[in-house]
Write a protein that binds this ligand. Structure first.
Ligand code: NAP
Length: 289
């Protein structure tokens, strides 16, 4: 049986909206929570929206009242200091898990990322690993989900890259040889639905990855060719990418941070030792189709 009342912290983003639609269709009551949820445009019909900042434990506790299950979705890829990532990926995740436990929520899921590790180069990956530990401590039995890149309508990576390739004659590629394993949003939300229904992956960690491992630059070339765009891809050495990221700090809204460059040092692919979508009975579909 699906839990009746599900709260999605960070539920107005890309994965949260798709998950809301899936859960509503399965008959659940869905509450989405984010800083601007009450004024967010085009939320799925039927969700209830509540504005709250996950950094505020009182607001999170109030948002979790009467919930059977909760999913923690807030995350960031941009930040100037380690603490920018730490507060969302680790501190607020841990306190949200503790609030959920106190509120009697039966299931808690934390959205991490493939690549999360205390030894990772990027703050984003380091603090996701901290978040995983903190959540497991605050909410025994919580499930961690580590996605690779997720593709679907209104996604981030694919839409952004296609937009850039349409505008630029040459696209510099950071981490051209980094391996990624993109998955389809429908598989992502089906996995989350099954976990919310009570399926447990081995060690309470699920890796969400698609059917094929790609080198970053080959994936971009495939996306470009399928969209029939003319744009050259130029592999950028990391030192040059870092220099550009540092230089772009003078811009009011920097398009690239050093941490994003470091994020591309490590592969974002599933480890055969840990649970994957197949363990939930999901056969991952081609996310590029
Ligand atoms: N999409 C992917 O390809 C991908 C891949 C790997 C891992 N992940 C992880 O999966 C999670 C969800 O990804 P996504 O693509 O759905 O992200 P997203 O589109 O950026 O959505 C993030 C959500 O969190 C909310 N949020 C951010 N800061 C908040 C705060 N302080 N308090 C309350 N809400 C806050 C945002 O709304 P407001 O800004 O309005 O508050 C938004 O609803 C993230 O943790 C991400 O790291 C995603």
């Amino acid at each position: 049986m699906n839990p009746a009342r599900i709260t999605l912290l960070g539920g107005t983003g890309f994965i949260g909206r798709a998950l809301s639609r899936r859960l509503l269709a399965a008959g659940s009551l869905v509450r989405v929570v984010s800083r601007h949820a009450e004024t967010a445009a085009d939320l799925p019909i039927g969700v209830s929206a509540r504005s709250a900042d996950v950094r505020d434990p009182r607001a999170v506790s109030a948002a979790l009242v009467d919930s059977d299950a909760a999913v923690y979705l807030p995350g960031r890829v941009q930040g100037r200091r380690r603490s920018d990532f730490e507060e969302i990926h680790a501190r607020a995740a841990r306190t949200s898990a503790a609030c959920a436990r106190r509120a009697g929520v039966a299931r808690f899921i934390y959205l991490s990322a493939l690549g999360a590790s205390p030894d990772a180069s990027a703050w984003a990956d380091q603090t996701k690993a901290e978040g995983e530990l903190g959540v497991a401590h605050a909410f025994p039995g919580a499930v961690v989900v580590r996605p690779s890149l997720v593709f679907g309508a209104h996604d981030h990576f694919r839409s952004d890259m296609l937009g850039l390739m349409r505008r630029l004659p040459v696209l510099p590629v950071i981490g051209p040889g980094t391996r990624v394993q993109p998955l389809h949003i429908d598989d992502m939300v089906e996995a989350l639905r099954l976990l919310l229904r009570g399926q447990k992956p081995r060690d309470n960690i699920l890796q969400a990855a698609g059917p094929r491992v790609w080198r970053h630059i080959d994936l971009l070339a495939a996306l470009r060719d399928r969209a029939e765009i003319r744009c050259r891809l130029l592999a950028l050495p990391e030192w040059l990418a870092l220099m550009l990221a540092v230089a772009s700090r003078i811009l009011p809204k920097s398009p690239l941070s050093p941490d994003q460059v470091r994020l591309m040092r490590s592969d974002k692919i599933a480890d055969p030792e840990n649970a994957r979508l197949g363990d939930l009975g999901i056969v991952p579909r081609d996310p590029l189709a």
